[in-house]
Design a protein around this ligand. Sequence first.
Ligand code: ZN
Length: 396
Amino acid sequence: MKIPSPSRLRGEEGISGPEPLTLNLGWLLYGEELDILERVHVIIENGKIAYIGNGWSETGLTIEDGVAIPYPLNMHTHILDSIAPEACSNYSLPGYAGSKGLKHAIIRLGKKDLLKSMEWVINKTMYASGIVDYTEDYDFCSYLEQAFSKKGLAYYGLSRPKQNTPEDYLKAARKCHGIGIANPLKLYPWEKEVLSKISREKIVSAHVSETKNMARKSDLYYLTSHGVKPAHIVHGTFLDRRDLKYLVDENIVLIVCPRSNLLFTGKLPPTGEAYEIGVDIAVGTDNIGCIEPDIWRELEIAFMQVISRNRAIRSKEFFASFIGASYKALKEKPLFINENSPARILIIDGKQIGFNRSFDKVATLIKRVTIKDYILSVTAKTIQVFDRNKIIKQHK
Ligand SMILES: [Zn+2]
C-alpha cells in the first residue's frame, strides 16, 4: 500500500496506507465534544488517526479552508429500488413498498440491472461514510459490502429470509449484518423467538409505527415481545410519549426518516419530543429510488424539529448525539475524530458555507453543507477526493 501523491489525490481515489499522510486544515471538530480546533494538522497512518497537533506542519497537504468533521452515516436506505428512480410517484406507501407493492416486482425483474448500475448507486450514497440497507436479498450482502469498501464506504446489510424457516433466518443474519423487518405485525411467534436469539449477537431492526395503522396495533410492543431486542427501530412516525419513554428504557435507538414520512404519510416523526425525552436519534433517507440519499437534508429537518421545541439545545450537542446514536444503532463504538481512532473523516470547504464567519459553526454544517462542499474523505482504507478543482497545496 502506498500513500497517494498530491497529483494522484486530484480527482482520484488513494489508499490510506502505512506511510503517514499529514493534512494541514483550517478547522477540526475534535472528539465527542466536537471542540472546534483552528489551524491544526492531522497525521493519518495505517488508516488510523495517529496524531492531531496545533498549527500546520511543514510537510503534508494543506487545505486552508478545510473543516474536518466526523463523516456521518446514513442509517436507513433501501438500495435495490434505485434501479427504478421515481417509480414511487403516484403510489401510496402500501402500493409502493407493501408486501405486494410495485417495488418488489421491480426488484425481482431488475436485480441484474442493479449490478450494472452499482457505480451510480455508490456515487449516490457518498453523502455518507456508510449506509444501512434493508436488502430484500441476502445473497447481495457480501457483494455490496465489497463494492462499497472499494470506495472506503461501510455497507451494513440487514436482510430477511427467503423461506420462512428458522434456518433461513439464521442464514440471512449470518450472510449480512443482521435482519431488517419490513412489518413486525406480520411476524409469527416462532419468528420472534428466532429473532430474539439473533438480536443477542447481530443487529435486529424493524420499521415501526410508520403508519397510523401500525401504531394502532401496537407494533412496537408486538415486536419486542418474546425477548426480541432490536438495536434500533426505523420511522416511529406515530409513536406517542409513552412509546418514546419505552425506547429510552429499553435502550433502543430511533432512526428517523423525515422526508420519507412527509412523502408517504404527510407527517413528520416526533423527533423533537423524542430528543427531549432522551431517545437516541439517528437519521436515514429511506428508499434510494424515491428519495435522494442526502443525509444533510434529512439532518437539517431533524435539527429544526429539535430546536424548535427548545431553543437552548446546542447544535454541537445535537450533532454529537446523532453521530453517537448512529454507531450505537449498529452496536459499534462511535468514530469521532480522536487520536488512535480509525479514520472516518470528511473534509468540507469551509469557505463555501461561511464557516469562518459563522456565529454557530456546527449549525452552519447541519444547515448548509451540500455534497458540492465536500473536498475529501479519509477512511480506514481509502482517501477519496470529491472535487478536483478544490485547492489542495503540497508543502515540500
Ligand atoms: Zn424503510
